[in-house]
Design a protein around this ligand. Structure first.
Ligand code: GLN
Length: 540
């Protein structure tokens, strides 16, 4: 039978509940268990596909085409296994299913109610996503005390009743602020979160205390007494990133293991370890990130960067992480400068001279695109390593069409529907799409790689799968002219209609892909394209 670990957050969101969940999963996997993780998002959207990246961070794409909250990315990176879209449950999905069933008459006259219908639907989905695994982590988005969290907490409590307390452990991840005017770590918000959780009939088995600093004994004792739990179950989780601290989240499973969290959780769930954990390779990779031998500067030219007065690089978190994986493998620190493509439109491209390589990430719409095209031209003409991802490939084709093939003002029809040279055009199956949600070309698709290309050399395989999320493609009408002018289609769909990878010969590294290889990268298995890009940057 599957054992469940429910992870809820207290005090504020954004304190790393997702990474904590993923880290616990990694630890338990090391003890020999099959582990999965489920993310509950209490919003009414059916998935994250329609959410603004600057508000909610990147949209994660699963192999089976789900557009999901970025936490699923953390689960995949830490667990090193693919997680399907059914592992993300939202309020929108629950109500949509119930309303569809009700309209079909499936309830046979019953009154459809919040309890038990909504809560049963939640419970069933959690069970379905977890079936076949030894342990399932269920992370509840938001913060305890949010109105919208109530049905999910209720459903978890009801699951506990059904399968027995020994099969469910609750973890509360809280935050202990240190207000600058008193410089003292305060436990009160944590106490209040415990109280709020108890209002739902749930007592935490563990409290993970996030904070700028480690928890001291006095505060640990206070929390322990207040929550009535064993002091061994109050775990300190100080910041691991920021000034003067190691710049990686991958250290967290190692830190939690130091606190023997894995063993303590197994005890709580009445489980015996199935094997001795071995973190050797993981630790080596983390050490490489913390104290690398080399250092390089690269730039990412994007548009989803600012929200109010703050920069939100979470919009590109998977790219950041894929670079980190490559940095661990190549023993190099990668300093990333985030360049706003809107600003680059107004600036001299010479500002790019100081970077060893440039990445153009995915994107939508016309804002800032001329800035991105400027950066691509600069890379192409100056032999600077370039990696284009999805929109990055499309804009590299636009740049090549304009400046090498002399197709004046060539463009993507996404940006200029009236262009004379629509080198990027909407996919035929996208023309009739009217609903925006979950209708792009989504998920893993096969690409056949061409002999004697750098792309094939890097992947070391004839055919590969990468994940996609787009509506536009390289227009087949322009394939010939682009190739005649020297652009190599280093990977295509099986029927060669879709261009999946391009590269330029006689360039240090100029590769772009219609896919998002950043969704297929982990600490111990970096994406081949990111690895190749970083190697080229080191060598340049
Ligand atoms: N906007 C482009 C398209 O829809 C690229 C999408 C992306 O970069 N993910 O095809």
């Amino acid at each position: 039978m599957t054992k469940f670990i429910v992870v809820a957050g207290g005090v504020i969101s954004g304190v790393g509940k997702g990474v904590a969940t993923a880290s616990i999963g990694r630890i338990l996997k090391e003890y020999g268990f099959s582990v999965t993780a489920v993310k509950i998002d209490p919003y009414i959207n059916c998935d994250a596909g329609t959410l603004r990246p600057t508000e909610h961070g990147e949209v994660w794409v699963t192999n089976d085409g789900g557009e999901i909250d970025q936490d699923l990315g953390n689960y995949e990176r830490f667990l090193e296994q693919a997680i399907p879209k059914k592992n993300n449950i939202t309020t929108g999905q629950i109500y949509r299913t119930l309303i569809e069933k009700e309209r079909k008459g499936d309830f046979l006259g019953e009154t459809v109610q919040f309890i038990p219908h909504v809560t049963d639907e939640i419970k069933n989905r959690v069970k379905e996503a977890s079936s076949g695994f030894d342990i399932a982590l269920v992370e509840l988005g938001g913060t305890v005390g949010d109105y919208e969290n109530i049905p999910f907490l209720f459903a978890m409590k009801s699951l506990e009743k059904e399968i027995g307390k020994e099969n469910v452990a609750y973890i509360l991840v809280t935050y202990l602020p240190i207000p600058s005017h008193i410089e003292e770590m305060k436990t009160k918000p944590t106490q209040l979160s415990v109280k709020l959780l108890q209002e739902n009939g749930i007592l935490p088995d563990f409290i993970l205390c996030r904070g700028k600093k480690a928890l001291d004994e006095v505060r640990k004792k206070k929390i322990e007494t207040y929550a009535n739990i064993d002091s061994e179950h109050v775990i300190s989780m100080p910041d691991v990133t920021g000034e003067g601290t190691p710049n990686t989240l991958y250290i967290i499973p190692l830190l939690l293991e130091k606190e023997k969290l894995g063993e303590k959780i197994l005890n709580t769930l009445n489980l015996e370890r199935k094997k001795e954990p071995d973190f050797t390779a993981w630790k080596k990779a983390v050490d490489n990130i913390i104290s690398p031998e080399k250092e390089i500067d690269i730039a990412i030219v994007g548009k989803y960067l600012d929200i109010g007065d703050y920069k939100l690089v979470d919009s590109y978190i998977s790219i950041n992480e894929a670079l980190k994986h490559a940095s661990a493998k190549n023993n190099v620190r990668i300093n990333i400068s985030w360049i706003d493509s809107k600003e680059l439109e107004r600036t001299d491209e010479k500002i790019l001279e100081k970077f060893r390589g440039i990445i153009i990430p995915g994107g939508f719409g016309s804002i800032g695109i001329e800035g991105k095209i400027k950066a691509i031209k600069f890379c192409r003409e100056n032999n600077i390593p370039f990696l284009g991802l999805c929109f990055g490939l499309q804009l590299a084709v636009v740049e090549f069409a304009r400046n090498v093939c002399n197709l004046e003002n060539a463009n993507s029809t996404e940006i200029n529907p009236a262009t004379r040279f629509p080198v990027i055009d909407i996919l035929p199956e996208q023309k009739s799409v009217s609903e925006k949600g979950a209708t792009m070309r989504l998920g893993a698709y096969k690409a056949i790689l061409k002999d004697d290309t750098l792309t094939k050399q890097l992947y070391n395989s004839n055919e590969i799968y990468e994940r996609h999320r787009h509506r536009y493609e390289v227009n087949p009408e322009f394939h010939k002219i682009l190739q005649e002018n020297g652009l190599i289609f280093s990977g295509t769909s099986e029927n060669e209609r879709l261009v999946e990878f391009i590269e330029l010969p006689e360039h240090k590294f100029f590769i772009a892909t219609q896919a998002h290889p950043e969704f297929n990268s982990s600490l111990l298995k970096p994406s081949p394209l990111f690895d190749g890009f970083v190697k080229a940057c080191i060598g340049s």
